[in-house]
Ligand binder design. Structure first.
Ligand SMILES: NC(=O)c1ccc[n+]([C@@H]2O[C@H](COP(=O)([O-])OP(=O)(O)OC[C@H]3O[C@@H](n4cnc5c(N)ncnc54)[C@H](OP(=O)(O)O)[C@@H]3O)[C@@H](O)[C@H]2O)c1
Length: 318
């Protein structure tokens, strides 16, 4: 069975990555991919060029992906009351958006039951994907001490900010530099993380890495007395298994180079000496355009279609 899919905003960073991934998927045919300024230029799929977005065309496919700027996707969802099932990669329908009641939140490995029958799936943000998948099993298993602060220091490559030109993203500003931004626990992704991690006091501090893609998040996790790294790994593998897109490292901490260009999320944990009450260091690594966007969007489509979750998902970079 082959289904027809369309991509709104296909010429952006997530859109192009999604098109590359869809091209590898033998269950789909890409009917169209839209752009705004790049109309007429070639897509990553041989023989397909970017077109303007049209309502009738958008309504004609089985699955519609939205890789648009924030706010724009909500307008499209309202304009297409019936027709395709939708995977929205923007924040417009995520928890904390005020529109979350309209959508299933697509944490692919955890929310298959909600995603399977949903008409609209809100694909998680890139930073929240690493933080929520790291912490949720620990919270649910009572391993995380919610009475203390959990700190997430996260660093992202520059594609995380999209393609709109901004001075602080120029090569000369980013190259050979490393800096914090969104300080003061005010990053827009916090709403999404807080909504999923009820009771966790979270301090989230993002940084800009001088690489084009990849996210590494180092979390200081307050743990209940007696919780070992082995217990944390066990909580993760109980939820995510051992052969999927979430890789739990049996030792050591993950690095960017092993996840960039893949759809993997790698999780590692270390004990911490000389601190009382106890904490653990958790590191999550993912490609912001892979598991942080396009890879998880394809996983959600797979679930919506009743296909294996990890069909066409990339475990190694090609
Ligand atoms: N970048 C990431 O790592 C990442 C990860 C997870 C989620 N997201 C979310 O995914 C969405 C897309 O992100 P992105 O990084 O791919 O953005 P992007 O690179 O800036 O691409 C935006 C896309 O939307 C098109 N577009 C721009 N303004 C438009 C408008 N007013 N109406 C219709 N189309 C318009 C652009 O067309 P032209 O290029 O032809 O102008 C382009 O195809 C965002 O909501 C973002 O927050 C991004």
């Amino acid at each position: 069975m082959t289904i027809q899919v369309g991509v709104l905003g296909g010429s952006g960073y997530t859109g192009r990555e999604l098109l590359r991934l869809l091209d590898l998927h033998d269950g789909v045919e890409v009917s169209f991919a839209t752009a705004r300024s790049a109309v007429g230029s070639p897509t990553p799929i041989p023989g397909l060029s970017f077109t303007e977005a049209e309502l009738d065309r958008a309504g004609s496919v089985d699955i519609l992906f939205m890789c648009l700027p924030h706010g724009t996707a909500a307008e499209w969802v309202t304009a297409i009351p019936e027709g395709p099932r939708i995977v929205d990669l923007t924040a417009d329908h995520r928890p904390g958006s005020g529109r979350e009641a309209k959508a299933a939140y697509g944490l692919a490995e955890l929310h298959a039951d909600q995603v399977r029958d949903a008409r609209l799936v809100a694909n998680p943000g890139c930073y929240p994907t690493g933080v929520i998948f790291s912490l949720l099993p620990l919270l649910e298993e009572g391993l995380l001490d919610t009475g203390r602060l959990t700190v997430a220091n996260a660093a992202s490559g520059v594609t995380g900010a999209g393609r709109s030109p901004r001075t602080e993203l120029l090569f000369a500003e980013v190259e050979a530099n490393y800096k914090a931004y969104g300080e003061g626990n005010r990053h827009r992704h916090l709403k999404e993380m807080r909504a999923c991690l009820e009771g966790v006091q979270l301090l989230f501090q993002p940084h800009l890495l001088p690489v084009s893609r990849g996210i590494l998040e180092t979390l200081t996790v307050p743990v209940v007395d007696g919780v070992t790294p082995a217990a944390i790994r066990e909580a993760w593998t109980a939820r995510y298994g051992t052969d999927g897109a979430i890789q739990v490292l049996s030792r050591g901490l993950p690095e960017l180079r092993t996840v960039v260009g893949t759809d993997l999320l790698a999780l590692g944990v270390s004990e911490v000496e000389g601190v009382d009450p106890p904490v653990a260091t958790v590191v999550a690594a993912l490609d912001n355009l892979g598991k942080g966007a396009a890879g998880q969007a394809v996983q959600n489509m797979n679930t919506m279609m009743g296909w294996p979750l990890n069909r066409a998902i990339r475990r190694t970079s090609r």
